[in-house]
Ligand binder design. Structure first.
Ligand code: SF4
Length: 461
């Protein structure tokens, strides 16, 4: 049985603007997320990351067009899945990466891009995909307490009230009323307990449950939003810039809490969860990622094992290298120039104007190629080849040093209710062109957390 929770193939998103302008926000994106895995999608702001997230949840504005497929495996909806579709005049539907097996519509499950709004609202959002939002202040209802919002979300997603309503043959009218009253009391207690449980899993302090959003610090508001995302026990978490505007300590705590959720074995035996995290914060990515996908100008240009990406080997794509070299604890050298406008992409490789390795060959868009892993002394070599879209990828050394990804979280796990004061809410969107957020880089002296055993390579990218 496949352990792939989400399989995205050939995803395109474009926006139709007045006077015939077209913004190609996402172009031919393909990746998957496994159970028990965190895939982190990184890239400069404005590269299309958040548009991709919105596409997966059906939250794009009306002037957006999508193509390709995004199949939730194990969605339990055979027959709802449909083949990936194509943009008008935009090539074939749901096409595969070179050498990467069958198309997505061979999988059972639900194609998020083809699902209607009713299906997305009733079956997907919160239940199959939990969204940790970019801006918790905008996500939380300002006039209701956190407890009230959590209880309502749990009731909507899990319906404990209905499960506790009286069943079976009815007696007299008085006895029926008393049964109903007992059922409602049990329902309310179950709801309260489930909401408190969701808060606890997000490390939101129980003593703050009766506070309003404006009474919370930025860090606690983020935890409240995370608790709402966890309330439905969705198998897949989609965290869209969950650390924007937080200070470094809160960034670490937030991503550690999300990681714990992915690592936890659900008590009901329903299988481990997976997470797609979108961020421009490489320090946060290094702390939580199993694999790293790099996006530039709407395209995914590399997907790489996190230990290789942040370790001695490093990534293969020149842009990925540039992102790392911009970190202050590395070369502290920004990538020259600015990313192109998504409405005015150059022909060929979009990174060429900023790339020191560009040649005439780069006048054509490079295909995504699988690079098999080299011999390594790592105890658990990556199961997946690096995928890179570049005519002249950077060579890696044969041997890797100790993996540097996933800095040790144990020392600062947990968090008290007073945490987060001063962690204000940021409003940095995905529109501007800033450089990646920097911060303390990975500690190469700290070995990576032991990874779960990885299954055989899936049949698709
Ligand atoms: S394809 Fe050419 S321009 Fe683009 S990243 Fe690779 S070397 Fe640089």
């Amino acid at each position: 049985m496949s352990d792939v929770l989400l399989s995205v193939r050939g995803l395109h998103v474009r926006f139709l603007l007045p006077r015939g302008r077209i913004v190609s926000a996402v172009t031919d994106a393909s990746f998957y997320v496994r159970a028990g895995e965190c895939l982190v999608l990184v890239g400069e702001s404005g590269c299309g990351k958040s548009v991709l997230a919105s596409a997966l949840l059906g939250l794009l504005p009306g002037n957006a067009q999508t193509a390709g497929s995004a199949v939730l495996d194990g969605a339990g909806a055979p027959g709802l899945g449909t083949p990936g579709h194509a943009l008008p005049g935009h090539g074939s539907p749901g096409h595969a990466l070179p050498g990467h097996g069958s198309p997505a519509h061979d999988l059972p499950g639900l194609d998020l891009l083809a699902a209607d709004e009713r299906t997305l609202a009733r079956r997907v959002r919160g239940r199959l995909v939990g969204l940790v939002p970019q801006s918790p202040a905008a996500h939380l209802t300002p006039v209701r307490t956190v407890r009230s919002q959590l209880e309502e979300t749990v009731a909507e997603l899990r319906g404990p009230r209905r499960r506790h309503l009286p069943q079976g043959p009815q007696g007299s009218q008085g006895s029926q009323r008393s049964q109903e009253a007992r059922g409602l009391r049990r329902g309310r207690a179950a709801l309260r307990s489930a909401a408190a449980d969701a808060a606890e899993r997000a490390a939101f302090p129980a003593s703050h449950l009766d506070r309003y959003p404006h009474e919370l610090s930025g860090g606690l508001a983020q935890r409240a939003a995370t608790a709402l995302a966890l309330a439905g026990d969705a198998p897949l978490l989609l965290a869209d810039e969950p650390t924007t505007g937080l200070d470094r300590d809160l960034v670490d705590r937030t991503v550690d809490e999300l990681r714990r959720h992915v690592d936890a074995e659900p008590a009901d035996g329903s299988g481990r969860r997976g997470m797609l995290m979108i961020t421009h914060d490489l320090a946060a990515a290094s702390r939580v990622a199993d694999r790293v996908a790099v996006m530039y100008a709407g395209r995914i240009v590399e997907i790489c094992d996190a230990a290789d990406f942040f370790g001695a080997r490093g990534p293969r794509h020149p842009y990925s290298r540039g992102l790392l070299d911009a970190l202050p604890d590395r070369a502290f050298t920004p990538i020259p120039g600015l990313p192109p406008e998504l409405s005015d992409l150059p022909p060929g490789c979009a990174f060429a104007p900023r790339c020191g390795r560009a040649t005439d060959a780069c006048g054509t868009v490079p295909a995504v190629m699988a690079v098999p892993p080299k011999a390594t002394t790592r105890p658990e070599p990556p199961a997946d080849p690096t995928l890179v879209a570049c005519h002249h990828p950077v060579e890696q050394p044969e041997e890797s040093a100790a993996p540097a990804a996933r800095t040790d979280r144990a020392a600062d796990e947990g968090g008290g209710e007073g945490e987060g004061e001063g962690g204000g809410e940021g409003s940095q969107g995905d529109e501007g062109h800033d450089t990646p957020q920097t911060g303390p880089g990975p500690d190469p002296g700290v070995p990576a957390r032991p990874e779960p055993s990885k299954p055989a390579e899936p049949t698709h990218a």
